[in-house]
Structure formats: C-alpha cells, structure tokens
Design a protein around this ligand. Structure first.
Ligand code: PLP
Ligand code: TYF
Length: 398
C-alpha cells in the first residue's frame, strides 16, 4: 500500500524548529518560529490565563459536548474584539462566529465553505505570505496565486503592484489579506490603502478573507482591528479568521474562530448552518478547555484588564527590541541600514538578510532564522541581542 509513497516536504518553519532543538550548542538562538518569548527567553503563561484556569479547576466543570459552533460566550467575545463592542453589524445579527482549531482551523473551515459558493476557484495570497496559506488553500482544492505585496527596495508595501494584481484576478476570487502585523514582512497597509483595496474588492466582487493572527501585537487591540472595522463599514460580505495562539500565549490550546459577515440576519443563520456542516463532517465539535479560558478572561472585566496589560507589555517589549537591534547594528558599524526595522509591525522583521547570510548565522553562530531573512523579533532579549547583532554584522559586513 505504501511502497510508492513519497516523503512529504517538511514545513519550512516548523522544520527549522526541529533543527534548532537538535542543535547541541548552548548559546543557540531561535529567531525562526513565530512565537513570543519573554525577556527570560521563555514562552509565558499569562497571569490572566493562569487565574482563569484556577477558577475553572475549582469549578470542576463537567466536559460534555459543546455545541457544534463552540462556546457561545467565547464567540460573542471574539465578535466584540474584532468588530467593536458597539458594532452595528453585531446589533443587527449579521455576524456569525464558529470556534475553530486555531487560526489555521478557521482558514480551513472558511476554505471548505467558500468552495460551495460561486467563487472563481482562485485564491490570491500576498507575496510573500505565511507559507501555510498556499498549502492549505491548495489542499482545499483552490488554484493559489500571488499578489505583489512587499517591495524589497523600499522595505515597504508595493501598493500599486498589489492593486494591479488584485485587479487582474478573475472576478469573485478569494483574497487572503493579513489584517495586521503581516507575516512574514511586518509591513501593513494604512487605512487609506485599505480603502483602495475595499473599493477594488467591491468592484471585482472578490471574496475578502481577513486573517488576523496577531491582534494586539501592532499598536493595540482596537487599533489593530482597523481593517476588519473598515470592511465592516463597507457593507460587504467577508470572512475573518482569528486566533488567540499568540495574544494569549496559547499556542498548543488551538483557540481560533471563523467569523462571517452576511447581509441579513436570515442569511447569517443559513451561513452558520453551512459552517456547522463543515465542522460536523470534520471533527463534530470543538474542544472545551482553551475557548472556555479565553471566554472567562475576555468576559471578566478584571481579567480582561489584566490580560490587556500583559499583552501591552509584550507589544512594548518587542518594540524596544526593534529599537535596540537597530541601535546596536548602527553602533557596531553594520554596512546595511537597518533603520526600517523599527517601522515594521508585530512579531517579525523581514531583515533583508540573504539566504546565504541566514545560513552563516546558523552554521557559524547557532542563530536560526528563516531562509527568506525573516527574523522573529519577539525572540530577542537583553541576554541574546548582543550576540545576534554581532553575528549579523559579521555576516553582512561592516
Ligand atoms: N495566520 C497567520 C498569518 C499566522 O502567522 C498564523 C500563525 O501561526 C496563523 C494564521 C495560524 O495560527 P494558529 O496557530 O492559531 O493556527
Ligand atoms: O509563521 C510562524 O512562524 C508561525 C508559526 O505551519 C507557524 O505562524 C509556522 C508554521 C506553521 C504553523 C505555525
């Protein structure tokens, strides 16, 4: 049965993680995977999460099956975070939300549901994008194309290229749009840029699928929702995949959500029934623990405030690491100008380092980054940053 089966390629980023773990060097640094590490180099257990977990342990709750679409109080908290507590769409019942197995699960639910709609069958993802976008939509039966996004020369957005490529797609194509903190580049659209994208989506009848995996890592929870809020104001039907993996430091709990915006409450009810069908035929219903904890934190004012404070500290620590990195590289006489790094947003920086330079970082210094030059700024700390900037100067020349 399996004699002709081929070895599947490794996920480039998760494969890098395995290589890092197998590296015996004690001073190794992992800037590969997109995970937030605290100043001690550890994945934090947030205090708000630990408190909610204690409450749940004391409550000794039974573990019956959840509804197919998940914990109701979780979904309503997700909706408020994405669309705003005073959203007119929520008041009118236009948004339905299903709990999902992480943000990845939300993308897959959306992909499977959109296959049943009248779409072009083409999905457009940014060049570059999170690699799993391509793999996931290909596996779900779509033809995946790139749209221009990052301009290496300016280290910024190629808006004209992006708009031209979105324009050239067949009508009713699915557009995967990073709502904030673009992975891997750290380059985002401004509200004025989003307005142009929204007008184009409307004209071409494209199907927008906003992926928001880093809400709160850019400028703040509300600020990072600007794209979602602008799409909401446009009156378009669209999809949002969201995740608490990063913002709750909850990677292994797999807590995400798919939200769909419809034109009427009746339509929303029919849409939810179809999303539930996708869930039922995949895994029946979602797990209880993670979403219950997130719901408790978001719906308990003191825990919510505690969580927001912790998330702000994480966001600010990343920003200070960006600044220190740029300063150190300048002070150490790096030939390249790295000042663009402070303008990038979220966990990542597209550093401009070449694949050869990244390979030297790994081989000579035990510093792991993605071969595209993406580094996870959220993995830098005061103990490792000196070694990292020394090594970058060494491989990039002075
Ligand atoms: N979308 C983007 C852009 C991501 O970077 C990630 C990160 O893992 C995800 C989706 C998936 O998140 P999750 O780990 O919650 O599945
Ligand atoms: O881009 C990253 O590093 C994170 C983590 O298949 C990740 O989003 C990477 C690859 C993958 C799943 C998660």
């Amino acid at each position: 049965l399996f004699s002709a089966i081929e070895l599947a390629p490794r996920d480039p980023i998760l494969g890098l993680n395995e290589a890092f773990n197998a590296d015996p060097r004690t001073d190794k640094v992992n800037l590969g995977v997109g995970v937030y590490f605290n100043e001690a180099g550890k994945i934090p257990l947030m205090k708000a999460v630990a408190t909610a977990e204690q409450l749940h342990q004391q409550a000794q709750a039974a573990r019956g099956y959840l509804p197919i679409e998940g914990v109701p109080s979780y979904s309503s908290a997700v909706q408020k975070q994405l669309f705003g507590a005073d959203s007119g769409l929520l008041a009118k019942g236009l948004v339905v939300t299903a709990q999902s197995i992480g943000g990845t699960g939300a993308l897959k639910l959306g992909a499977d549901f959109i296959r049943t709609l009248d779409s072009s069958g083409v999905v457009a993802i940014s060049n570059p994008s999170w690699e799993n976008h391509r793999a996931l939509f290909t596996a779900a039966g779509y033809q995946v194309q790139d749209y221009r996004y990052y301009d290496p020369a300016s280290h910024g957005l190629d808006l004209a290229g992006m708009l031209a490529d979105l324009e050239a797609l067949p009508e009713r194509s699915v557009l995967v749009l990073h709502a904030c903190c673009h992975n891997p580049t750290g380059v985002d659209l401004t509200p004025a840029d989003w307005a142009q994208v929204i007008a184009l989506v409307e004209r071409k009848q494209h199907i927008a699928f906003l992926d928001i995996a880093y809400q709160g890592f850019g400028d703040g929870i509300e600020e990072d929702a600007v794209a979602v809020r602008m799409f909401a104001d446009s009156g378009l039907n669209f999809f949002v995949s969201s995740s608490f993996s990063k913002s709750f430091s909850f990677y292994g709990e797999r807590v995400g959500a798919l939200s769909v915006v419809s034109s009427s409450a009746q339509e929303a009810e029919r849409v939810l029934s179809q999303v539930k069908r996708v869930i039922r035929t995949n895994y029946s219903n979602p797990p209880t623990h993670g979403a219950t904890i997130v719901s408790t934190v978001l719906n308990t004012p003191e825990l919510n405030a505690m969580w927001q404070q912790e998330l702000a500290e994480m966001r600010n620590r990343i920003k200070s690491m960006r600044e220190l990195m740029v300063q150190q590289l300048k002070d150490k006489g790096a030939r390249q100008d790295f000042s663009f790094v402070t303008g990038q947003c979220g966990m990542f920086s597209y550093s401009g380092l070449s694949a050869d330079q990244v390979e030297r970082l790994r081989a000579e210094f035990g510093i792991y980054a993605v071969s595209t030059g993406r580094i996870c700024v959220a993995a830098l700390n005061l103990n490792n940053i000196n070694a990292v900037t020394d090594a970058i100067v060494a491989v990039s020349g002075t």
